[in-house]
Design a protein around this ligand. Structure first.
Ligand SMILES: [Mn+2]
Length: 360
């Protein structure tokens, strides 16, 4: 049997305003996230998979407009394959029986505590919703998975970090169970924790904390032998670039430096955050609004973060702190200037100035 595994689409999510200051960009992104789900549905059709595994958090809010649900249901019901819909921590509203009856169709399966197993020809598909998880329940399913048939288990939660609010159990426990493939959801970064235990991650990133490659997992399971691979598919990536400025950079220099740091393709398609570092002489050269306006003509999305530090004017300092250790250090440096010497001089001066600030 052939399957496609995806999770964490968070349809209808309100994206954090920090990443989307622009309302239009935000709206467009919500639309793109929906489109990514439809592209996955298309992929399931084109690849002629037998099962589409949705490992939780397909939705985001506790509510979902009925019309959208119906549209989505129609898409899923039109698929030629079986659809397995696990209820993650974000789509708890699916626990509501009226939603379930709306979504359940002949090819759409929602797991419950009682209906935790679906039998396809040569495969058993098991699922435990986030809210229903317990190790005892897991062991119960594991006993039923001791069979000649192929076995798949869907789970949604963390299996690596005990601090997570939705921690389930550790990977070693999962590894000890007789499932041939464990399809995980919840962690957005895709990862094969073992050759047969994997987070698919989400197919489109949500913000700047998700800079990794996105896609879904496609696999086949024949006579309990698994062959699974990650398939990249995302439309846009989030990219964080660091640009180090130096004291003498003019406004035009800074614009050119930023442009030079980003590929043409990335400018047109990606969400780019530029973190400006280094020392600058004059804050006037770093008018972020003016910079952003100018760059926005070439970038699909750009945001700037100022992490520069003001340059220190050595001769002015020497005068202010004449006959002090600061002046002495500067004079020592000026006798034999070097790049390394300059760095340690700056460290020393900043430390001294901070001490003085605290004392005054
Ligand atoms: Mn989750």
């Amino acid at each position: 049997m052939k399957f496609l595994h995806t999770a964490d689409l968070h349809l209808n999510i309100t994206l954090k305003s920090a990443s989307f200051r622009d309302a239009k960009a935000h709206e467009n992104r919500i639309y793109e996230l929906q489109q990514s789900f439809y592209r996955i549905i298309d992929a399931a059709n084109e690849e002629e998979v037998d099962a589409l595994l949705l490992a939780g958090d397909l939705f985001d809010d506790p509510y979902m407009p009925l019309q959208e649900m119906e549209k989505l249901f129609d898409k899923l019901a039109a698929l030629k394959c079986e659809v397995f819909l696990l209820i993650g921590n974000h789509d708890v509203f699916l626990q509501n029986p009226s939603y379930q009856s709306l979504l359940k169709g002949k090819n759409i399966h929602i797991f419950t505590k009682e209906d935790y197993k679906v039998e396809l020809d040569d495969t058993l598909v098991f699922g435990i919703n986030t809210r229903d998880f317990s190790e005892a329940f897991l062991q119960k399913l594991a006993r039923e998975a001791n069979t000649e048939k192929n076995t798949i288990l869907l789970l949604h939660g963390d299996v690596q970090n005990k601090q997570d609010d939705h921690y389930l159990c550790d990977v070693k426990t999962l590894e000890s169970l007789p499932f041939d493939y464990i399809a995980l959801g919840h962690i957005h970064k895709h990862a094969f924790l073992r050759s047969h235990i994997a987070y698919s991650g989400n197919p489109e990133p949500l913000d700047f904390s998700e800079t990794d490659k996105k896609g879904y997992i496609e696999g086949t399971l024949e006579n309990k032998r698994l062959d699974a691979t990650f398939v990249p598919m995302q439309k846009r990536r989030f990219r964080v670039k660091k640009v180090a400025l130096s004291g003498s950079d003019t406004f035009v220099d800074i614009v050119e430096r930023i442009k030079g740091e980003v590929d043409e393709d990335q400018k047109r398609n990606d969400f780019v955050r530029v973190e400006l570092t280094g020392e600058i002489d004059s804050a006037e050269n770093l008018d972020l609004n003016k910079l952003k306006d100018l760059l926005s003509e070439e970038f699909y999305y750009i945001e700037l973060k100022d992490e520069t530090t003001p340059a220190i004017d050595l001769s002015a300092l020497k005068e202010t702190y004449s006959d002090s250790i600061v002046a002495h250090l500067i004079e020592q440096y000026e006798k034999s200037p070097s790049e390394k010497g300059y760095d340690s001089l700056m460290l020393a001066i900043r430390a001294l100035l901070r001490t003085e600030e605290r004392e005054s």
